[in-house]
Each structure stands twice: as C-alpha cells, then as structure tokens.
Design a protein around this ligand. Structure first.
Ligand SMILES: [Zn+2]
Length: 104
C-alpha cells in the first residue's frame, strides 16, 4: 500500500514522446514495447492473469518484463492483485508459460 514509484529526475524534455510503463516486478520503467501487458480474466475458480500479446484486450492492464525474475518478484510482492485490482486466487500459469518461452 502507498508504494509510489521513486521519483525520476526530469531529464526527458523535448524528446519524442515514448510510451513508458513501469514493470510491476522490478519496478523499472521501460519502453512499453519491451514489456508484456497482462489483463485479469475471471475464471471459474481463480482470476486468470492473461498475457495480452497483441495489446488489444480490454480492461485494466499491468505491465512487466518477459523475464522470470520479474515474474517472481511480482508474484512474491503480490503485485498482480494490486495492479489489476483483483482479490482472491490468481492463475499465473499461462503468463508463466509465455514468459518461460520468451526467456529461452
Ligand atoms: Zn521488470
């Protein structure tokens, strides 16, 4: 609760506007195109954290690096529930599969 990202020095002035998002795992800011967007899809027993590889799924999204480390960090600090505003059990299997594949 109340964890705001550390303030960044204002260095990006006059540059081309780049879309930057914060990874919910390592909390580093990265170009959106290098991050995986995930959305919460309600399943029968758990909320499925679904990778949105085309960036077209509706709903509240969260972003993280396609890295096992970031997945583990996000899982450990329960960042998915917080970022996606969902409570209860989360199913991270499909996201983990995608991340393990892209991390190879
Ligand atoms: Zn990360």
């Amino acid at each position: 609760m109340g964890q705001e990202p550390v303030a960044q020095p204002l260095r990006e002035t006059g540059r081309l506007a780049k879309v930057v998002r914060t990874c919910i795992g390592c909390r580093k800011r990265s170009d959106k195109s290098t991050l995986v967007r995930v959305v919460a899809v309600q399943g029968s027993t758990a909320t499925v954290v679904t990778p949105d590889l085309r960036g077209t799924m509706p709903g509240r999204g969260a972003h993280l690096h396609p890295a096992i480390r970031c997945l583990e960090l996000a899982t450990r600090r329960k960042a998915f529930g917080r970022a996606l505003r969902v409570e209860g059990p989360l199913d991270l299997d499909s996201l983990a599969t995608v991340i393990h594949e892209s991390a190879e």
